[in-house]
Ligand binder design. Sequence first.
Ligand code: PGA
Length: 247
Amino acid sequence: MKKKLIAGNWKMNGSLAANEALLKALLAGVGQPACQVAVCVPAVYLAQCQALLAGGVIELGAQDVSAHESGAYTGEIAPAMLKEFGARYVIVGHSERRQYHGETDELVAAKAQRALSAGITPIVCVGETLAEREAGHTEEVVKRQLAAVIHTNGHCISEVVVAYEPVWAIGTGLSATAEQAQQVHAVLRAQLKAASPNADRIPLLYGGSMNAANAKSLLAQADIDGGLIGGAALKAPDFLTIIAAAS
Ligand code: PGA
C-alpha cells in the first residue's frame, strides 16, 4: 500500500517564535510515522524551517511558485530558489490564489510544470465553489481544472500530487463528508487513469476543514491518499492526531 501524505498549509500565519514552537512540538511528537508528512510554510520562513527540520521526518514545502524560471518578475519566487531552501513540495492553484490573485487553469498548469522541472513536487489544488456545487457543476469544474494540468504536463502528470479542496469547505469548519469527497476523488482518479498508466501512484489529497475528529473517516476512503490541512495544521496536537490517523 502506498504511504499517505499529510501536508500542512500554514497560509499567511506564523512568526519566527511561533514556527519554532510549532515545529519543535511536531518533531517531539511525530515519532516514525507510517505516512509522509510535510509543512508548506510562508516563503520567508523556508530558511528557518529548513534548519529546524534538518535530518527529521517532516518535509518542507512552499505555498506558491512563479511560472517563470528567472528574470524581471518583481515579487515572484522561482522554483530553483525554493529548491535551494529545501522545498520538496509546492502548493499550486490553491483556491485562495485562484480567487484573490486571478490565477487561471493555464497559469496553474504552467506553475506545476515549472516546479516539476526544478525537481519540486507540485500539490495541485482543484475544487468547486458552493454555487458551482449547488448548480450541479462539481465534476465539470474539477475535471476542467485538472485537464489543464494534464494537458500541459503530459506524461509527467504521474509526478504531481492532486488535492481536492471544495472551496465551500475551506476554513469554514464545514468539511465534505467522506462520501462526498470519495465521489469526487473517484472522478479525478478516473481522469488521471485515462491520462497516465501510473495514475494509481498519484497521491490524491482531500483538503477543506480536515481536522482531528474527521480525518480518520476521510482517510479511510478508497481514493483519499492523504490530506492538505490548513487551520488544524497550526495546532501541534491536532496535526499529530491527523498524522496518527493516516499511519
Ligand atoms: P482548512 O484549509 O483546513 O483550514 O479548511 C485547507 C486549505 O485551504 O488548504
